[in-house]
Design a protein around this ligand. Structure first.
Ligand SMILES: Cc1cc2nc3c(=O)[nH]c(=O)nc-3n(C[C@H](O)[C@H](O)[C@H](O)COP(=O)(O)OP(=O)(O)OC[C@H]3O[C@@H](n4cnc5c(N)ncnc54)[C@H](O)[C@@H]3O)c2cc1C
Length: 437
């Protein structure tokens, strides 16, 4: 029988928001055994998404941008499980193990929902099937292997049209994530082509497609313009005010009937809610959970939501806070304190979430970046140095900081790794049959 005097806090999602909430609660209840903290996540690591693009370009070793959750947690229990259902009335979360499919019902007294979001394909035909998302470690590794495969195939190909299609890389979405990926990709393909004797420099192209009239709409117009000019100078192509109508195995189709012939469409065009969250009665029509300024869910005392899966009101703008890691981390810390106040039954210790965006930084490849820190704008090499210093500082754990610093150092002097990991490739075809046999 469960100990009725103990309090069970269940945190769902081991990303920026969930981990920070768990760590905050651990610190507050370090000396108290009667508060049980459990973190459930489908992977046993946190993905430092800001550096994923550098995994694609081989600047950072894949495992160095993820942080094992068990290493971060001192007192909380970690369970590697996938959440399948939530019964907020009975206070039970249904989970299963990804490999054995064994199911587990977890009960709670306090629930923290921090399951983030998934890639949003906006019902565009073929997008989910044929494009490459970039949301987690597996996505980055699969994409990297696919890009190298395109070069290997292009090197064997005689037909210049087919070669061109293999060497065209389209990035759908010109927000800062799309631009970060496109710029890293451009560096990688510019570097890689030297190893392929039959690949001509002018056959390799990175194209960014976006429906807006400018790139990086999250940043000021001046910085976005700077980025656009710089990347164009490096040979990248931009199709702005252009909507994608569909994606196939060999093209990105544009709404006006035009198409980009490519086998590589990288999808950086937004997010969608986690299906398990969207199915809840507390989710709004877009699948996110509206909470109050304390991040509490109305009508369900003891339930909190934060990070990308929640809509948290910003008292200054009246709009919800943006879904970024810098917000998710602060929200996690605040929720930790507010949940602790609820456990101690000290309502006056609860505080609303108030945070002002510290700034935005976007790396543009080739040791350049743009940055807007509290309204002060930087660009070029200095902004790139700032990007590296700030993000290295944010990367949790000293061991990861050291590993990434070494990767960056070596990347300045050593050639990029173009080893193709075939086991990560999708859809291998059978070899031709030998007719003579
Ligand atoms: C490529 C890329 C680059 C980015 N760059 C930046 C940047 O430079 N700066 C910035 O501020 N933001 C950046 N972001 C946005 C940032 O990553 C998100 O805003 C942030 O991760 C949100 O944190 P979260 O904790 O809400 O969700 P997440 O970090 O996504 O964590 C959600 C967690 O829930 C787990 N989970 C999901 N579903 C289930 C389930 N059913 N069962 C169990 N566990 C589940 C996941 O495994 C994950 O651990 C970037 C995003 C991407 C994709």
């Amino acid at each position: 029988m469960a100990d009725t005097t103990s309090k069970r806090v269940l945190i769902l999602g081991g990303g920026f928001a969930g981990l920070e909430a768990a760590e905050t609660l651990e610190k507050i209840f370090a000396e108290k055994d009667d508060v049980e903290i459990t973190l459930v996540s489908k992977d046993n690591y946190l993905v430092f998404t800001s550096m994923l693009a550098e995994v694609v370009s081989s600047s950072i070793e894949a495992k160095h941008v993820v942080i094992p959750l068990r290493e971060c947690l001192k007192r909380a229990t970690f369970k590697e499980l996938e959440v399948q259902s939530l019964d907020l009335k009975k206070k039970v979360v249904g989970c299963y193990h990804f490999h054995t499919c064994e199911t587990f019902d977890l009960e709670y007294d306090y629930l923290i929902l921090a399951m983030g979001s998934i890639t949003g394909y906006h019902n565009i035909t073929g997008a989910e099937e044929y494009s490459f998302p970039l949301k987690n470690l597996a996505d980055a590794m699969v994409l990297r292997s696919h890009i190298i495969d395109m070069f290997e195939r292009a090197d064997l190909e005689q037909d210049p049209d087919v070669r061109k299609r293999l060497l065209t890389f389209a990035v759908v979405g010109g927000g800062y994530t799309g631009i970060e990926v496109a710029a890293e990709l451009n560096d990688f393909v510019s570097f890689s082509k030297r190893y392929y004797k039959h690949v001509k420099a002018d056959e390799v192209k990175v194209i960014v497609v976006d429906p807006g009239d400018r790139i990086m709409h999250e940043m000021s117009e001046g910085l976005a313009e700077y980025g656009l000019k710089l990347l164009k100078k490096r040979g990248m192509e931009f199709r702005l005010q252009t909507r994608v109508a569909g994606v196939t195995a060999d093209s990105v189709e544009i709404q006006d009937g035009d198409k980009i012939e490519t086998h590589t469409a990288i999808w950086a065009a937004g997010t969608a809610p986690q299906p398990v969250i969207a199915a809840l009665p507390i989710a709004d029509k877009h699948g996110r959970i509206e909470v109050n300024e304390y991040m509490e869910v109305a009508d369900y005392p003891g339930v909190w939501a934060l990070g990308d899966c929640a809509l948290i009101p910003d008292p200054h703008s009246g709009k919800p806070y943006p879904p970024t890691a810098q917000h998710a981390i602060r929200e996690g810390a605040r929720v930790g304190h507010n949940v602790a106040a609820a456990i101690r039954e000290k309502d006056d210790e609860k505080r609303p979430f108030v945070f002002q965006t510290q700034g935005m930084l976007a790396p543009l490849g080739h040791k350049s970046a743009v940055a807007d820190i509290k309204g002060i704008k930087f660009s070029g090499f200095f902004a790139w140095l700032m990007w590296r210093a700030i993000y290295l500082g944010k990367l949790p754990g000293w061991d990861r900081k050291i590993r990434v610093s070494i990767d960056w150092f070596l990347d300045m002097f050593l050639p990029k790794d173009i080893i193709q990991l075939k086991f990560l490739m999708k859809g291998r075809q059978s070899p031709p049959k030998d007719d003579a046999s």
